[in-house]
Design a binder for this molecule. Structure first.
Ligand code: DX5
Ligand code: ZN
Length: 238
């Protein structure tokens, strides 16, 4: 089942609660929080205090993408803030296994992120530990960048590896996921679709989310999105 994961990076930070509510109404089921430290990436965004505030505004899982150096130092603070999923960059972790264990130890779902230039076979041995792998399809740091095409090969390679190893981790994609790229991303094997500017940069966030999710589900061969409030549920035995 594909899921839309709106990234608040492109939302209006003065109206985050409303923006999240709109994206949720449009079918977003996980909220992506981009945490940047000005060192690992050339930008600064939010940290645990903002995540703690978001926790009070939505029941959706908060997916915290840590683009920071020394992520281990901040994992307890994200747990206290109410984060549900925490992903750390392969390139930022000297002891990735330890970082993933630390996340799980704090009761959150651990995930690893790969920059565009990092090969997927490097994480083969730790795949049994992760809830998901995040494939960056842009260089991290900014919203609104162009989708890097060879990310599709990486998604396909990871999906093959998942099958070979008999694992069930999910494959998330982040960067340039929009109306013109989403079908190829889904067909390559991704099922968690992060989208920032495609949802929040222009127009109506609810409508943008709905259209993007509909395109994703169509590409996945899944049925149309049930209208909000119809009571239709996944897996119900009609
Ligand atoms: C970029 C962030 C993304 C960003 C994606 O470093 O990790 O989550 O919000 O933005 P779009 O969807 O605009 O490419
Ligand atoms: Zn992100």
């Amino acid at each position: 089942m594909v899921e839309l994961v709106p990234s608040i990076l492109s939302a209006d930070f003065a109206r985050l609660a409303e923006e999240i509510a709109a994206a949720e109404q449009g079918g977003g089921t996980v909220i992506h929080c981009d945490v940047m430290d000005g060192h690992f990436v050339p930008n600064i965004t939010i940290g645990p205090p903002v995540v703690a505030s978001l926790r009070k505004t939505t029941k959706l899982p908060l997916d915290c993408h840590l683009m920071i150096e020394n992520p281990d130092n901040f994992i307890p603070a994200f747990a206290d803030a109410g984060a549900d999923w925490v992903s750390v960059h392969y390139e930022a972790c000297r002891h990735l296994h330890r970082s993933l264990e630390l996340i799980a130890h704090h009761g959150m779902q651990p995930a690893v992120v790969l920059n565009p230039a990092t090969r997927v076979d490097l994480i083969r041995d730790i795949l049994p530990m992760v809830h998901h792998v995040l494939i960056m399809s842009v260089n991290p740091g900014f919203g609104g960048q162009k989708f890097i095409q060879f990310s599709l090969d990486k998604i396909r390679a990871l999906a093959r590896m998942r099958q070979e190893l008999g694992l069930a981790f999910r494959i998330e994609v982040d960067g340039g996921v929009a109306h013109d790229t989403v079908a190829r991303v889904v067909q390559a094997g991704a099922d968690l679709l992060v989208a920032g500017s495609a949802v929040f940069a222009a127009g109506n966030a609810e409508e943008n989310a709905r259209m993007l999710l509909a395109a994703a589900r169509e590409a996945a061969g899944e049925g149309p999105v049930p209208a909000a409030g119809t009571g239709a549920r996944e897996g119900s035995r009609a």
